[in-house]
Design a protein around this ligand. Structure first.
Ligand SMILES: *[C@@H]1O[C@H](CO)[C@@H](O)[C@H](O)[C@H]1NC(C)=O
Ligand SMILES: *[C@@H]1O[C@H](CO)[C@@H](O)[C@H](O)[C@H]1NC(C)=O
Ligand SMILES: *[C@@H]1O[C@H](CO)[C@@H](O)[C@H](O)[C@H]1NC(C)=O
Ligand SMILES: *[C@@H]1O[C@H](CO)[C@@H](O)[C@H](O)[C@H]1NC(C)=O
Ligand SMILES: *[C@@H]1O[C@H](CO)[C@@H](O)[C@H](O)[C@H]1NC(C)=O
Ligand SMILES: *[C@@H]1O[C@H](CO)[C@@H](O)[C@H](O)[C@H]1NC(C)=O
Ligand SMILES: *[C@@H]1O[C@H](CO)[C@@H](O)[C@H](O)[C@H]1NC(C)=O
Ligand SMILES: *[C@@H]1O[C@H](CO)[C@@H](O)[C@H](O)[C@H]1NC(C)=O
Ligand SMILES: [Cu+2]
Length: 632
């Protein structure tokens, strides 16, 4: 795991090329600078008769929406007035040649300490649609998140679908009454019983929830008959995939993860934490009031169960003289059980939701997405340089020593793994990206992510759920700082294989800094001989988060054209805290403009300025390389 070294002659040539390129790269007149200040602080919020201290941005939950036009430069001044170390990650923003702004604590940066500031600066280029931002510290993203909307540079008229009348962010979240940092510590310790209290849409619990007769507010979307709305749906929840439906209406899905898809009409949207879906809704139902319901799904027993989380908002037609509308005030204080009513009744019409244990509706939803073929869509890479198969599952490590009681015993800690290793941060006080950039000895602490599962077994054997002799054999695992190095410009084919060890959860796998072509998905065990033939190499959807179905697999390809140290992890927060993570290190390319530039001048330090001095540093090489080029 060593940096490639560039001979001085090559550098001189490179410098000349850089000069040439940089005079060409005149910024477009249309590109603007978008600036925000995010004050992170704590605030008391009361839901269900209980006051809870939450950490939020600018006193808002969800946090502020960032709206940009493709090509814009963004500066977000983060002022940390919370007691926690904070970073903000710009989920799905590719951060080309700008891994420094990716916002992963101790992977890409030292966190912003309490009472410290840091300004994230990045360009948004070559992407359009809905992304989001969230903190990447402990479980705090449960309340530190917001939408990140990228509009086409040529205006809404250039959408590859009819121009919507209005655009509405729909952020699905969860309300927790626990301290989220404690929740994270519990997950780290293999204690998995913490649960949210409720699901939310745009921060509101909705009228399924009440306490002492007081019904919780729900989000209300006012619509005008006949108009088209673009819903920008984000799953910001920590825990669950959600189904979203609106009674009496259909969705036309037009984008996912800020990549256009061929219009897909459906009455249900499925999205896992980390995923986004843009969908058009036409207000073409009889004027009235309709529930928009988000329902969490989960694997059926014998998987461990959590309560069913559901929340609902209301779609209300304006200019609506039906009795249902005038009875609005009445109905909201009356309880809303069941679906009855109808557009003219007291109670909004409720959609019929999939069963909460139905995971096939998600499988089909994801299976029905294909890329919209348009000018910007990059070709699907046909040649593959590296092939990896990564199993995703649970295991356990002993609290003390090498052997211990497992199968749920407190002598062991349940952890989450990739290819049978559970991620842990290196103990170094230097973030990995800096260690990589300056080539310090901290890199020696990394453990290579194997290209294949170390042992082949029937990964999706349901007899492994939750305990038993077969499971007990597969449970022991280990911890390590898992990393995989890729040469610049490689095409990687990666198969994520879900396993059924202890449980059969799906896994929303998120890769930072790159989008992935989703070639195929399947249930059961991936079989190369059989499944390669099913790859969609024509119009696969392109995503930053791929939903690996319960007891199934997904095959993706991506090109490692963005140098840096990129987090790759499950977006279920408990799996992330438990170690279902690795880092992908993408090497510099052969030229300066295919290499990672130096860190920003005001980059946070880990509370002391001599981080680098602590490790055995090979910094001299790098510094002299840089100055030699600049001096050219
Ligand atoms: C990185 O450090 C190692 C020693 O740990 C050294 O052998 C190697 O040449 C260094 N690479 C560069 C590019 O400086
Ligand atoms: C939250 O409420 C508690 C008790 O009601 C109070 O002690 C605390 O100061 C409040 N915190 C904030 C940030 O308002
Ligand atoms: C952080 O930003 C705030 C608001 O802009 C400013 O008042 C404060 O002085 C800054 N603090 C530091 C440590 O830079
Ligand atoms: C309060 O919630 C309970 C349980 O969900 C429900 O049975 C009841 O009808 C609700 N009451 C009101 C006033 O909404
Ligand atoms: C698309 O959705 C339909 C309806 O749910 C389903 O029957 C079909 O199998 C799905 N197609 C794929 C490729 O998943
Ligand atoms: C498990 O062990 C830890 C440390 O040994 C202890 O703090 C914790 O209370 C135990 N939990 C249970 C459920 O016994
Ligand atoms: C997982 O790793 C552990 C510890 O390194 C090893 O004992 C075990 O056999 C491995 N299990 C599998 C299924 O690869
Ligand atoms: C915050 O970050 C600093 C610097 O990395 C570290 O020393 C400290 O332990 C962190 N604090 C917490 C609560 O994680
Ligand atoms: Cu997972």
């Amino acid at each position: 795991m060593k940096r490639q070294n560039l001979p001085a002659v090559a550098l001189a040539v490179v410098a000349a090329v850089v000069l040439l390129l940089s005079t060409k790269a005149i910024p477009s007149a249309a590109a603007a600078a978008v600036e925000h200040t995010f004050v992170v602080s704590q605030m008391n919020m009361t839901h269900l008769c209980k006051e809870t201290l939450v950490t939020v941005v600018n006193g808002q939950l969800p946090g502020p929406v960032i709206e940009v036009t493709e090509g814009d430069s963004v500066a977000v001044h983060v002022v940390n007035k919370s007691p926690y170390n904070i970073t903000i990650h710009w989920h799905g923003v590719k951060q080309r040649f700008n891994c420094w702004a990716d916002g992963v604590p101790m992977i890409t940066q030292c966190p912003i300490l309490p009472n410290h500031n840091f300004t994230y600066r990045f360009d948004v280029a070559g992407q359009e649609g809905t992304l989001w931002w969230h903190s990447h510290t402990a479980c705090l993203r449960g309340t530190l998140h917001g939408a990140f909307i990228i509009r086409p540079r040529d205006g809404a008229g250039s959408y590859p679908f009819p121009k919507p009348y209005r655009e509405i962010p729909i952020v699905i979240g969860e309300w927790w009454e626990m301290d989220l940092v404690r929740v994270d510590n519990d997950f780290l310790d293999g204690f998995l019983d913490d649960e949210p209290i409720a699901a939310t849409i745009n921060g509101k619990l909705g009228d399924v929830y009440n306490c002492s007769g007081a019904v919780e507010d729900g989000y209300v979307l006012d619509v005008e008959p006949g108009k088209t709305y673009l819903l920008r749906v984000i799953n910001a929840a920590l825990f669950s995939e959600y189904y979203l439906k609106i009674a009496g209406h259909k969705f036309t899905v037009v984008a996912a993860d800020a990549n256009y898809v061929s219009p897909y009409t459906t009455d249900v949207i499925a999205l896992s934490p980390g995923e986004t879906v843009d969908a058009l809704v036409v207000a073409d139902a009889p004027p009235g009031r309709y529930y928009m319901v988000a329902l969490a799904n989960q694997s059926p027993k014998p998987d461990p169960q959590i309560p069913a989380f559901v929340t609902r908002a209301t779609v209300e037609y304006s200019n609506d003289n039906s009795p249902g509308n005038s009875a609005k005030a009445l109905s909201s204080s009356r309880g809303t059980g069941g679906g009855g009513g109808g557009p003219s009744g007291d109670v909004p019409v409720a959609p019929e939701m999939p069963d909460q244990h139905d995971t096939m509706t998600s499988f089909y939803f994801h299976g029905n997405l294909t890329s919209l073929r348009h000018a910007r869509l990059p070709p699907v890479p046909a040649r593959v340089d590296e092939r990896l198969i990564i199993t995703l599952g649970l295991g356990s490590v002993c609290r003390r020593g090498q052997s211990c009681k497992r199968s749920g015993s407190n002598e062991s800690i349940i952890v989450a793994t990739m290819n049978n290793v559970s991620f842990q941060l290196p103990t170094s006080t230097t973030p990995l990206l800096e260690a990589h950039y300056y080539n310090t000895s901290a890199m020696d602490a990394l453990q290579q992510l194997p290209d294949r599962p170390p042992r082949v077994f029937d990964y999706t054997d349901r007899a492994l759920i939750p305990w038993g002799p077969k499971e007990a054999q597969l449970e022991p695992t280990s911890r390590g700082s898992l990393a995989r190095r890729f040469q610049h410009g490689s095409t990687v084919e990666l198969v994520f294989q879900g396993t059924a060890v202890m449980q059969s959860d799906a896994n929303p796998m998120h890769l930072h800094g790159h989008d992935m072509f989703v070639l195929a998905q399947g249930l059961g065990n991936y079989d190369e001989a059989r499944d390669v033939a099913r790859y969609n190499l024509v119009d696969p959807p392109v995503r930053n988060t791929v939903h690996v179905p319960r007891i199934g697999w997904v095959a993706v390809r991506f090109v490692t054209d963005n140098p840096g140290v990129w987090y790759m992890h499950c977006h279920f927060e408990f799996h992330l805290s438990m170690g279902m993570t690795a880092v992908f290190i993408v090497e510099d390319g052969p030229t300066m403009d295919t290499s990672l530039p130096p860190p920003p001048a005001d980059f946070p330090t880990c509370g002391h300025d001599d981080n680098l001095a602590r490790d055995e540093v090979h910094i001299q090489t790098k510094k002299s390389e840089v100055s030699r080029v600049e001096g050219e």
